[in-house]
Design a binder for this molecule. Structure first.
Ligand SMILES: Nc1ncnc2c1ncn2[C@@H]1O[C@H](COP(=O)(O)OP(=O)(O)OP(=O)(O)O)[C@@H](O)[C@H]1O
Ligand SMILES: [Mg+2]
Length: 422
């Protein structure tokens, strides 16, 4: 009795100040809740609801609303993928990976041979590709998500996919996103890391790694596959590399009946044909075309709102560039527009800076135009049908009014006539 009284007294006396102290650190609590809800059990969810209600009762209503929103966002994400989760649970057997699962390591260096990514670690939005590639990706996801149904009617669905294309085209991000769509964790292996400096241990590393992946429910992602091929060129190591490639082939064959595997390479030509053949689906990721480049630029732009003419010009100048390069250009653009909001010529300067620092990546004709006389640049912009720029559009980019631009173009046209006539 005495105890209870003391306890009640104690809590009545101290919860208020404690609550205040905790709420000073509300941003941490919020982050904790967000992290917890990603893979929440019903019990975790219940506790977040309790916290929300407690704060609603005697705390800051804004904070309680923030927790509500974390809960509803989690619900909405779940609604988007209800059947998917049920299905993929059954397709891949094996122990469940957790953040505490010990990873296989290289015996010489003790470095981990793989990284694990959980669905909640992965960006929810897919990389952007043209409709042909997107359609192919959807097919793979559907096939893998319906693996059981397809197996029942005796169609042998593919379990292996090779993604290849230029560096920076979004291959790794795509593979992770596919795994997220299937709600499976990823065991990501960078093969260049796996090729141990002690070549003798490489075959063993490969064996350990596949054994680990086969034991768990996961997608095995073999990134930078060409690393193995590259070492093959070293004449001193011929025998050893043969052993490594054989280990890889053997393990791929065993894995085929166990779980999904995605391989990624920048240099499909370097890949051993026998390795290449092991992959049932071979997906080439092209460099983005004009419309995709514009879409990728728009995708990386928030919170900055760029006018449509800017996005179009960015897409125009990044002809031949990859998503990664566009992402970095947009980052420069965002910095420039934030720091020098009043400077209307920001975009052209940003493009010049990009073209200087990425000289080899920018198509040479467009690059030359940037550093040429502006009237030539304006004329090229006006005359390219894919841009479809009006005088006003060019004016907006150049930070000049329409008539100044026309005058400048007129003068250029006149001097050109003089050249041809004279
Ligand atoms: N098509 C795309 N859509 C959206 N973002 C893209 C696209 N392509 C590349 N990116 C961005 O570029 C960056 C690099 O992408 P990623 O690492 O997936 O490329 P990669 O093809 O694996 O390159 P590498 O061959 O060099 O490993 C990421 O930040 C990604 O968001
Ligand atoms: Mg990559």
């Amino acid at each position: 009795m005495h105890h209870i009284a003391r306890y009640t007294h104690h809590s009545a006396y101290s919860t208020q100040p404690h609550m205040g102290l905790l709420m000073e650190h509300f941003s941490i609590i919020q982050a904790l809740c967000r992290a917890a809800i990603a893979e929440a059990s019903p019990a975790t969810r219940k506790q977040i609801e309790r916290l929300r209600d407690a704060i609603a009762k005697d705390g800051d209503p804004k904070q309680s609303a923030a927790l509500s929103s974390i809960l509803t966002t989690a619900d909405r994400t779940k609604e988007l993928s209800p059947s998917r989760i049920e299905r993929s649970k059954s397709i891949v057997a094996g122990e469940v990976l957790t953040r505490n699962t010990p990873l296989p390591v290289d015996r010489e260096t003790s470095a981990a041979l793989a990284d694990i990514f959980f669905p909640s670690d992965i960006q929810a939005s897919p990389p952007l590709f043209n409709s042909r590639v997107s359609q192919a990706i959807r097919t793979i996801i559907e096939e893998w998500a319906n693996f059981d149904v397809l197996s029942e009617i005796d169609i042998r669905p593919s379990k292996t996919c090779l993604i290849y294309g230029a560096p920076g085209t979004g291959k790794t991000r795509l593979a992770l996103w596919i795994a997220q769509q299937l709600d499976l964790p990823v065991v990501l292996v960078k093969l260049d890391g796996l090729v141990s400096s002690f070549l003798g241990t490489t075959a063993r590393n490969i064996g350990n790694l596949f054994a680990f992946a086969n034991r768990h429910r996961c997608i095995l992602l073999l990134d930078e596959f060409d690393a193995i091929a590259k070492v093959r060129d070293d004449p001193q190591e011929v025998g050893e590399i043969k052993r490594v490639v054989n280990a890889l082939l053997q393990n791929l064959d065993i894995r085929r009946d166990v779980g999904f595997t995605i391989g990624i390479t920048n240099h499909p030509k370097l890949l051993d044909p026998a390795v290449w053949r092991r992959f049932e689906v071979q997906l080439e990721i092209p460099k983005p075309d004009f419309e995709m480049r514009k879409a990728i630029a728009a995708n990386f732009m928030p919170p900055i709102k760029a006018p449509d003419v800017h996005l179009r010009l960015i897409a125009w100048f990044t002809e031949g560039s990859t998503g990664a390069e566009i992402e970095s250009l947009v980052r420069t653009y965002k910095k420039a527009t934030t720091v020098r909001a009043e400077d209307k010529r920001g975009l052209l300067d940003t493009l010049r800076q990009f073209a200087t620092l990425n000289a080899a990546r920018v198509q040479s004709e467009r690059r030359a135009l940037l550093f040429d006389d502006t009237s030539n640049l304006f004329r090229a912009m006006r005359d390219d049908p894919i841009l479809g720029f009006s005088m006003a559009d060019i004016g907006e980019i150049a930070g000049k009014d329409k008539s100044t631009v026309s005058r400048q173009l007129g003068r250029a046209a006149k001097s050109e006539n003089e050249v041809t006539n004279g």
